[in-house]
Write a protein that binds this ligand. Structure first.
Ligand code: CU
Length: 675
């Protein structure tokens, strides 16, 4: 077992932190200063009761309980539940039965039942580089009360254990889930791709740099935690690669019994950082070699301890270093024999620590113990956390420990905001926040919408739909950030495709005369992501390099924006649809969807990033432009110097993989799991 070393802040990390300080001022939450609109505000849709900044609003119902949810590139939200006795029906391939899939229209506040016929109970999913969404696995058919059956009986459901479902989202209600049970025969080159090599309940899914997916682990028949007798300690690719067979991964066996939804992120090196049970590794999935990293301190983070997790936003200021954040979970060490904990798990307080993996500064502060808190990126670079419980864990059973079937109790109603770049001890903020009236426990989800509000639905710690406490929830809430009703910047002239490297593009900022306002402007991307069990699959956020021109004669400003970094390229931010926001003084525009990469599966073209023009101000007195040097201590100036540093990393045009291997080694030497 690797020993944890206490943090020593490397001089470079300190410099990076210092370089960040000017930016922090613009990220302060609940800032009471009035916002000066630089452009006419975007028209924001108001719900009948009105949207209150920093508040929750109950807005309707979606008919099913939102166990899984994603916002697609058509701005429609697709929702999946497990097979159960939901209050709405759908007529599909196997007759009329309760629905467990809907398309939800956030503008009209209406839903359309969709026919998914296999049991999507605790599946995984992600969006590929070509924009197709894919959902993997689930459980066997169930009948009334969630009881497993071989026939589908009451609900006309089929076996979801090996199932794959695909969706090409639409905006005209014409699209349906593509599903079937045809095996893919790699040697014969026949068949579809709609069945996995084996059963996977609770599989992890991550997006690879070619836009394909890796599907990892899972168990065969379910339970509270996994067991060797039903483990599937392998991974496979979608679409299949090579012989299409599953590849064994010893790490999953080593992490029994808590190896479900094994937390996995693609690293800039192309390796996968994996964290389950208390173990952490880097996996080279192409040759199955692994590197052990320090064990996870304080608590189990993976399901069913279910910490809130996220990759911190990738920014020029952190030199695009990948840092993973884990908050909460459970310090339970006895997980039972698979079917249930075997004792009153709901009497165990949830863990209250946060840890990061990266050579960065520390932060032991956390507001309260929380299992099943969910992180949602906000475009200003902060993270919202909401939902979850203060006692126990994810999961449910008929154990009569306490209220209802839930293995989690004491739901948490207060959200909080995490500012990763604030000094330790000052990262959590609740200024002005209010509590929700509604519990969001096991099998609830939250997703960011293009207007920066958060859509919240679900909560169902029950074997089948019930109105008994804690009831199966189908209602919808939205949460509004502090700037929701304020004037917003307008994102115009945005490209609809972004490349890895290449020529920068310009975004007009409109009539701005304040240099500070222009300096604060940035373009951020949030990748399309699939959410379930407080895990965001394929979820990451990046800020693009940028500089500006402020013309005081015309009163107009322009933001010059780099494409995605050509080095390391798609391992840093995978191809596929992403929301683009223009953020000015911490206030985002309404998002526009862009396609990152070439929109196809396969090797993505990368090239050098052409340099950005220097930031400059054209004064009123004369038309001579003042070119700003890096001494301006602004966020943009800092980006310029970072940009130069990036170029100096590759003066001799080393292949990207070698550069990243060097980066990886540096990371490994200094990596420890830090609070
Ligand atoms: Cu589940």
């Amino acid at each position: 077992m690797a020993r944890l070393s206490r943090l020593t802040i490397a001089p470079t990390a300190l410099l990076s932190l210092l370089a960040h300080l000017p930016l922090l001022a613009t990220l302060t939450l609940a800032d009471p200063r009035p916002r000066q609109p630089s452009r006419p505000a975007d028209l924001l849709r108001r719900w009948p009761n009105g949207a209150v900044n920093l508040g929750f609003e109950e807005i309707g119902d979606m008919g099913i309980s939102a166990q899984m949810m994603f916002l697609s590139q058509t701005n429609k939200v697709y929702v999946l539940d497990k097979t159960e006795n939901n209050p709405i029906n759908v007529t599909g391939k196997y007759g009329t039965h309760p629905a467990w899939a809907v398309e939800y229209d956030t503008d009209a506040n209406t839903y359309r039942p969709m026919d998914v016929y296999s049991n999507t109970f605790c599946a995984g999913g992600a969006v590929m580089g070509n924009g197709t969404w894919v959902v993997f696995g689930g459980n066997q058919p169930v009948t009334t009360g969630g009881v497993a059956t071989s026939t589908g009986a009451a609900y006309d459901d089929t076996d979801g254990g090996t199932a794959i479902r695909m969706l090409n989202p639409c905006s005209d209600q014409s699209c349906e889930w593509i599903q079937g049970e045809t095996s893919y025969n790699a040697s014969a080159g026949t068949g579809g791709w709609l069945k996995m090599t084996g059963r996977r309940w609770y599989p992890m899914v991550e997006v690879l740099e070619d836009g394909s997916l890796i599907v990892i682990g899972g168990d065969m028949w379910g339970g509270y935690v996994n067991m060797a007798s039903q483990d599937n300690p392998t991974y496979e690719y979608f679409p299949p690669k090579g012989d299409g067979l599953a590849i064994n991964l010893q790490f999953l066996t080593d992490c029994l019994p808590t190896n479900l939804y094994a937390l996995t992120w693609l690293m800039p090196s192309g390796r996968l950082l994996m964290q389950a049970n208390l173990k952490t590794i880097l996996l080279n999935h192409t040759d199955t070699t692994t590197i052990n990293l320090p064990d996870m301190p304080f608590a189990t983070r993976v399901y069913p301890a279910s910490a809130a997790t996220a990759m911190l936003p990738l920014t020029p200021d952190n030199n695009y270093e990948a840092t993973l954040l884990f908050c909460g979970g459970s310090n339970v060490t006895q997980w039972g024999q698979g079917g249930s904990p075997g004792y009153n798990i709901t009497a165990v307080p949830a863990d209250n620590t946060c840890v990061r993996i990266s050579p960065e500064s520390n932060n032991p502060q956390y507001l309260e113990g929380r299992s099943m808190g969910q992180f949602v990126y906000l475009p200003d670079g902060t993270l919202w956390i909401g939902g979850g419980v203060g006692m126990g864990t994810a999961g449910y059973g008929n154990d009569n420990y306490s209220i209802g079937q839930s293995y989690g109790q004491a739901p948490l109603y207060m959200p909080a905001i995490y500012n990763y770049s604030a000094p330790a001890g000052q990262r959590w903020n609740r200024t002005g926040l209010v509590a929700s009236k509604n519990e969001r426990m096991y099998h609830s989800t939250s997703v960011l919408l293009p207007d920066s509000s958060i859509l919240i639905s679900g909560s169902n710690p029950n074997a089948d739909f019930t109105n008994d406490q804690w009831r199966s929830r189908t209602d919808i809430e939205r949460w509004y950030p502090w700037y929701y009703n304020n004037p917003r910047p307008t994102l115009s002239n945005a490209p609809n495709k972004l490349t890895y490297g290449g020529a920068p593009f310009d975004i007009p900022l409109g009539s701005i005369t304040s240099e500070g306002t222009v300096q604060s402007a940035k373009i951020v991307l949030i990748r399309g992501s699939f959410h379930t069990h407080v895990v965001g699959f394929g979820y990451r956020m990046i800020q693009l390099q940028s500089t500006y021109t402020l013309d005081l004669n015309s009163g107009n400003a322009t933001l010059h924006v780099s494409q995605l970094p050509g080095v390391p390229g798609p391992t840093l931010f995978q191809p596929g649809p992403a929301m683009m926001f223009l953020v000015v003084e911490g206030v985002p525009s309404i998002a526009q969807w862009v396609m990152v990469g070439n929109g196809q599966l396969g090797i993505q073209t990368t090239e050098a990033n052409q340099p950005l023009p220097s930031s400059k101000i054209k004064s009123i007195q004369n038309t001579t432009a003042t070119v700003l040097s890096g001494a301006g201590a602004s966020a943009v100036s800092s980006s310029q110097s970072k940009s130069a540093a990036n170029h100096s990393m590759t003066p001799d045009r080393l292949p990207a993989i070698l550069v990243m291997m060097g980066f990886l080694m540096v990371t490994l030497v200094s990596a420890s799991i830090l609070v």
